[in-house]
Design a protein around this ligand. Sequence first.
Ligand code: NAD
Length: 291
Amino acid sequence: MERRISGHTQLYGLIGSPVGHSGSPAMYNYSFEKLGINAAYLAFDVPLEKTADAVNALRTLHAGGFNVTMPCKTAVARLVDRLSPAAELVGACNTVVFEADGTMTGHITDGTGFVRNLREHGVDIARRKIVLTGTGGAATAIAVQAALDGVSEIAIFNRKDEFYANGEKTVEKIENAVPGIGRVYIDDLDDAEALEKAIAESDILINATRAGMSPLEDVLPVPAEFLHKDLAVADVVYNPKETLLLKKAKEAGCRAAVGGIGMLLWQGAAAFELFTGKEMPAQEVMEKFFK
Ligand code: NAD
């Protein structure tokens, strides 16, 4: 690493809090080195109230771009000069690129990363009916990207908790922005009859809730008996790598059972490409840092 740093090294980074656990510096620095790109990536612990200071500092230091994690994702979306269509709809961004004129473009790569991971597992979402559980950050990014990528129907299910209203807003935003899409609706995750019917009629079930994630590893987002052989099942949860939902999907003979770790990899790969215009050595990064 020291041998790579020179007076011309381009800075990239991650802002948010906490960031100490992040795998991003290892993933990006390895990729820079592998591709011979004179750049370095650091993680900066930035609390919400310091977001604008941090963004201005990165601009002053002529950084090439930066990633954003919680709690700064929405604040940064308000600070940039323009947003990608997906980031605009989600109202948040996780990747910012400094353009040649110093202006900032905000992107969100969670949704594209999720869709890419599905495709890598042989599951295409265009013209498919999907059931999506969850209405938080990850779910919103996936719903928006799925709509932009041409799914025919999105049935969103969530508990009637503090996240439910966000799902209602997402439905409205998608209907306005993607008028050609078929049905998009939200329903109560506790309405078993509606959930069973929606899953029976769907091609893909996506879990984007915290159910299944440590310490909720014994919680299933949907009853196992609703799973069927024609269904591809994907989980955003990557801790544990094989969630209870994925185990049940395999037992039920579902046509695919896709874990969340690949979404993490591919959202990073999408950001890397936005930063450098080059493809990240994704398979090597997966082997080295995500296995
Ligand atoms: P969030 O806090 O924004 O949303 C949480 C969601 O989970 C809400 O919809 C909430 O209603 C639901 N929920 C919480 N407890 C539940 C329960 N017991 N049963 C059913 N629903 C429940 O969280 P987020 O940032 O959207 O993250 C959600 C999950 O996605 C987390 O497990 C996170 O680790 C994962 N994630 C993965 C990636 C990836 O790259 N694979 C990226 C982002 C998030």
